[in-house]
Design a protein around this ligand. Structure first.
Ligand SMILES: NC(=O)c1ccc[n+]([C@@H]2O[C@H](COP(=O)([O-])OP(=O)(O)OC[C@H]3O[C@@H](n4cnc5c(N)ncnc54)[C@H](OP(=O)(O)O)[C@@H]3O)[C@@H](O)[C@H]2O)c1
Length: 311
């Protein structure tokens, strides 16, 4: 029979080993692991599809993937803005294909088959579902219209779902020559569900569950494939909507995009691509729900104040 002291010692050693494993995984993922993004450059010319690519994180991820050797399919809603990005990327020294399409992701009734038809014969090996945002407002949901609420859900959750639904058969075909990766850009809001961001947070939590479930779909039962899905937990990043100074904890969109692309193929289904966001997520867990709610509410209040000053 073990004494209380022995039981406590065993518990202590087990939790120490777990923390050590976590620390070593952290060091490996963020500082030692070589990039494996080139694994997705296989078959006929490989294409990466990036949504919300006319600005911010999406634009930076598109440029980074192009630099890594991918042809691109870019999505945006503002024709002039997206074409400018296409020109910028095409204008660089390398000569790969850059295609594009327009769709307002907040709209409910797209004909996705038609929108994506021009790309149906392409070898798409990477998708980054980046489009998304939420209004920064002091209003609770009863201060927003039904249209406002549905817009948030459509652009953050339904649009990525329907693009994935439309392209899945094509991704299965592409996976015959190598691995295929579908990533959803998530948010720390999806974990913390801060005040005034409940609908946005719910949409990101939907993506988290979707990524896990779709990944499991590909791994189990009779038809295992090499299509993989991942949810990327994202903290604050300087971008066109997040016009705040960059810092160690708030990377620029370009620095964040480098981190996203560097971790592609790491095999994790849910992770923070950027190391400081990972530390923040860990601290939020340690804080406990009540303290995390207070902290997140203050952070959102500060963001709203900045946003109001800028607009
Ligand atoms: N920045 C952060 O701190 C942060 C934190 C957590 C998660 N995220 C997530 O990261 C992703 C990118 O955010 P970001 O900060 O880079 O945003 P951003 O700078 O505002 O860029 C968003 C991109 O999505 C496009 N877009 C927005 N609404 C659209 C719509 N209804 N239809 C089609 N395109 C639309 C924008 O197009 P226009 O150029 O036409 O506006 C732009 O290309 C989002 O999913 C966001 O939720 C960001």
């Amino acid at each position: 029979m073990l004494s209380v002291v022995q039981i406590l010692a065993v518990v202590g050693i087990v939790s120490l080993v777990l923390q050590l494993y976590r620390l070593l995984s952290f060091i490996w993922l963020y500082f030692l692991r070589p990039s494996t993004v080139h694994r997705y450059l296989h078959g006929p010319p490989a294409y990466a599809l990036v949504t919300g690519a006319s600005d911010g994180i999406g634009k930076a991820i598109a440029a980074e993937l192009y630099n890594q050797g991918f042809n691109l399919i870019l999505h945006g809603r503002n024709e002039a803005k997206l074409l400018n990005v296409v020109d910028q990327i095409r204008g660089s020294a390398r000569a790969r294909d850059v295609k594009y399409f327009f769709a307002d992701a907040s709209d409910a009734d797209h004909d996705f088959e038609r929108i994506l038809a021009p790309f149906k014969d392409l070898n798409i090996t990477v998708i980054v579902h980046n489009v998304g945002s939420s209004p920064l407002t002091r209003e609770k949901i009863n201060g927003l219209s039904k249209t406002d609420l549905m817009d948030i859900i459509n652009r953050n959750a339904i649009f990525p779902l329907m693009v994935t639904h439309t392209l899945l058969t094509q991704l299965h075909l592409a996976s015959r020559t190598g691995p295929v990766l579908v990533q959803f850009i998530g948010s720390q809001a999806g974990e913390l569900s801060p005040a005034r961001l409940a609908v946005y947070a719910g949409s990101k939590a939907f993506l988290k569950a979707l990524a896990r479930g779709l990944d499991t779909d590909e791994r189990v039962w009779d038809t295992q494939t090499s299509v993989r899905f991942a949810y990327l937990n994202t903290g604050q990043v300087q971008s066109s909507t997040m016009r705040i100074p960059s810092s160690l904890a708030t990377p620029t969109s370009e620095r964040y995009a480098e981190a996203v692309v560097a971790r592609m193929g790491c095999g994790w289904r849910q992770y923070c691509p950027y190391w400081m966001h990972s530390i923040q997520a860990w601290c939020a867990q340690l804080l406990g729900e009540s303290a995390a709610d207070t902290f997140a509410a203050q952070a959102v209040a500060d963001l709203i104040a900045v946003h109001e000053k800028q607009s």
